[in-house]
Design a binder for this molecule. Sequence first.
Ligand code: PLP
Length: 386
Amino acid sequence: MLKRYLLAPGPTPVPHEALLAMAAPMIHHRTPEFSAIFRSAADGARGLFGTEQPVLLLASTGTGGMEAAITNTLSRGDRVLVVVAGKFGERWAEICDSFGLVVDTIEVEWGKAVDPQDVAKALAENPETKAVLVQGSETSTTVLHPVAELAALTRDRDCLLIVDGITSVGVVDTRMDEVGIDVIVTGSQKAMMLPPGLALIALSEKAWRFAERADLPRYYFDLDKERGSLEKDTSAYTPAVSLVIGFKAVLDLIAETGGFAEVYRRHAILAAATRAGAQGLGLELLAPESPSPAATGVYLPADVDGAALVKTIRNELGVFVAGGQGHLKGKIIRLGHIGYADTFDVVIAISALEMALAKCGADVSMGSGVAAAQQKLLEMYGDGGA
Ligand code: PLP
């Protein structure tokens, strides 16, 4: 038997509290019983987003939420500025392009965060730009972008800041209203600790004003319609009933275990310990300057076949980690610590990396990564809370 560990940057494991809640017999969605759950889940999501605005729950993966963000706020021929710092930045550009928007891009070296000055310069050159689109956390390069600094640039313009928060909401403290984010999206299979299939999205007052004039084609993802339904504690179409029930269970679990602050602290600690572990092994980080607390990208030694290493970890050791995407394929490994992850997930990930490196013929001092990760965990938990 090979015991499996899911340590990728999503989907993440699902806590048993949510699994059990979702295993209950199906209920109808147009009932007071489900409406109460739906309302409670949508209200709880506002804490995660840091907003007083309604958070809409869509039956879709995160990409559907990204599409909804665009089609509900922009119009044919609008000019947009997309930060392309990895695979998911490319996705923003592709969606904008397929809806006929005029797309300017800022290409950022993979592994680096966008420099807000480059965005300021681009906005000055094209003052008619209607939206800046960026990832909160670019999962393909494990980088955290400076969203608050970008919001300071769009706040007083006729321009929206649209954030793909798929691996940043529930990972870092996302104060949408305070910071001035106009649209933010996330998906259930990441920090929400649920199976895939639920997208969550919120719009600022400014974005709702944009929505009044937005003329891009849309039908299923009509956010104004969803907002109207949410006011009546329901959704426009059949909701992802089980996932909403699971989401309510996850929110209850978070509330019972220290609240959102504890969630952000845990992600920060696990990320720091994973980085320490990789460095303890003598490996270089992909994003040392602005690392995401959702996942850690690590360069593999040049003489190691990266694809074979990922296969070894997954198939021989049972640890499902992610490889590189795009031009980083075969060169890096990405260790997820998002969602339902804790102390020993880090130890397992680093230990598996050490063993797989040894199996692939790398010169590795067994235990050096694990020791560094353990040291960092003890240091950061300090109070023995690990
Ligand atoms: N954006 C980011 C930053 C992601 O990490 C992902 C998934 O990994 C997506 C978008 C795509 O989300 P989904 O696969 O849920 O459509």
